[in-house]
Design a binder for this molecule. Structure first.
Ligand code: AMP
Length: 419
């Protein structure tokens, strides 16, 4: 592994990297940075978790800082297009950190919030803009964004742009960019449409490919917990009693499910927040910031909302519901074991989810170990509709079945049953 110093980055950038605690470049950084510093194009087959944000941000900052140019109103020198608001914010945060000593300006442009502050910022001229395609197109249409000073264009997570239906918006933006520019395209996979787009976009690109999934997945301690659906909230509560579960990301299938899990946890005194598409941008950011700072111990998310969440301190991913798409399993559990750390992924599997589990195991070519030691293994459902704890207590009182249910949770009875 080379050092950042040997990559010839400016001193303020090296200082920022040291402050971050990075000891050396990741493979994608090592492969990309020298080529990008020389002005070349890159086709990066990589996903979040590989260090790709720094791989493009560091040389961009370096080049912009060396060649000082004043940006005119509504212009920018670098445009980074990314599919989600969360990713845009994360990239800007990184850029601000790495570029602290460089006097370069940056702005984010995304929907779900008032455009006015964004327009005000753009009107002054900005070195780096990080945008989602829809809002950028709106602002372009109104003449708030002009590209003639653009030097570098980054298309991040190109395959997700395609999945999320943004690719036509992306193409409309690209059509307005100056032909003379440096271009970087990153994508975790290379579907036909993206391969074709990359041919049109990139000039003699260097192809850099890193496959972190297998290595990341290997570092994750994965477990399957079989249980009845109605016992899921109880098992979650029990898992969260363990102090080792410092920072948990819980996945549910639906937005409604995410809200119900949060309500349930809050009643149990666990600080939790939900993040999904029905939440306003403000609420999503508040939840994410709370989680990042450690104030919120448990973040409950749906797949879409969690895309690209990069919180390196996540100790546990809990699949409260298994995903329908087996590939999502890999994305989900890859939220833990970030940046060289280890992580735990616990997946709940009720009888209706057995087929999903089979598909996942086939996809990852790995039989996930079953944890039979958890409290609700082989225990009949206590709580079919996942009511909150108050209504559960109420039910117990009303039905007079409390005693019988308690005994069904008694481990000694369980072991008899298993025999
Ligand atoms: P990314 O792939 O850009 O989402 O980065 C994944 C994680 O790796 C982030 O938490 C980064 O802060 C971290 N990271 C990036 N570069 C390095 C590096 N050279 N050494 C250690 N961690 C890094």
């Amino acid at each position: 592994m080379s050092s950042f110093k040997s990559l010839n980055l400016l001193t303020p950038i090296l200082e920022a990297l040291e402050k971050k605690g990075y000891t050396g470049p990741t493979p994608i950084q090592e492969m990309s940075i020298p080529h990008l510093l020389n002005g070349g194009d890159i086709l990066g087959i990589a996903q979040t978790g590989t260090g790709k944000t720094a791989a493009f941000s560091l040389p961009i900052l370096n080049n912009l800082a060396i060649k000082k140019v004043k940006t005119k109103p509504a212009r920018m020198r670098c445009l980074i297009l990314t599919p989600t608001r969360e990713l845009a914010s994360q990239i800007e945060e990184n850029i601000k950190f790495y570029g602290k000593g460089l006097s370069l300006s940056s702005a984010v442009v995304f929907g779900g919030v008032s455009p006015r502050p964004q327009i005000a910022k753009l009107s002054r001229g900005t070195d780096i803009i990080i945008a989602t395609p829809g809002r950028l197109l709106d602002l372009m249409g109104d003449g708030h964004v002009l590209f003639e000073q653009l030097e570098t264009f980054v298309l991040d997570e190109a395959d997700r742009m395609l999945d999320m239906g943004f690719i036509n918006d992306v193409k409309k933006v690209i059509a307005k960019l100056p032909k003379q520019r440096q271009t970087l395209l990153f994508s975790a996979t290379m579907p036909q449409d993206i391969a074709e787009l990359s041919k049109q976009l990139l000039k003699d690109p260097k192809r850099v490919e890193v496959t972190p999934e297998s290595t990341t997945v290997e570092k994750i301690d994965q477990k399957i917990n079989f249980l009845e659906r109605g016992n899921k909230p109880l098992l979650l509560k029990s898992i969260l009693k363990n102090k080792k579960v410092k920072h948990a990301l819980v996945f549910t299938r639906t937005k409604h499910g995410a809200n119900r899990v949060v309500q349930h946890l809050e009643k149990e005194g666990v600080v939790a927040a939900a993040i999904h598409g029905n939440k306003s941008q403000g609420a999503r950011e508040k939840a994410l910031n709370g989680f990042r700072s450690g104030k919120v111990r448990v973040l409950v998310a749906t797949d879409i909302a969690a895309r690209g969440i990069d919180v390196s301190s996540i100790t546990h991913v809990i699949n409260y519901d298994l995903p329908d798409d087996p590939k999502s399993y890999v994305h989900r559990i890859g939220r833990t074991a970030r940046a060289g750390r280890e992580g735990v992924a616990i997946s709940f599997c009720d009888p209706t989810e057995r087929k999903l589990l089979k598909d996942i195991e086939k996809c990852i070519s790995y039989k996930i170990p079953v944890d039979e030691s958890h409290e609700y293994h082989g225990v009949p459902a206590e709580n079919r509709d996942m009511p909150n704890s108050r209504s559960l207590n109420q039910k117990k009182k009303n039905s007079g079945q409390s005693q019988r249910r308690k005994s069904s949770r008694n481990p000694s009875r369980r072991s008899t049953k298993k025999k």
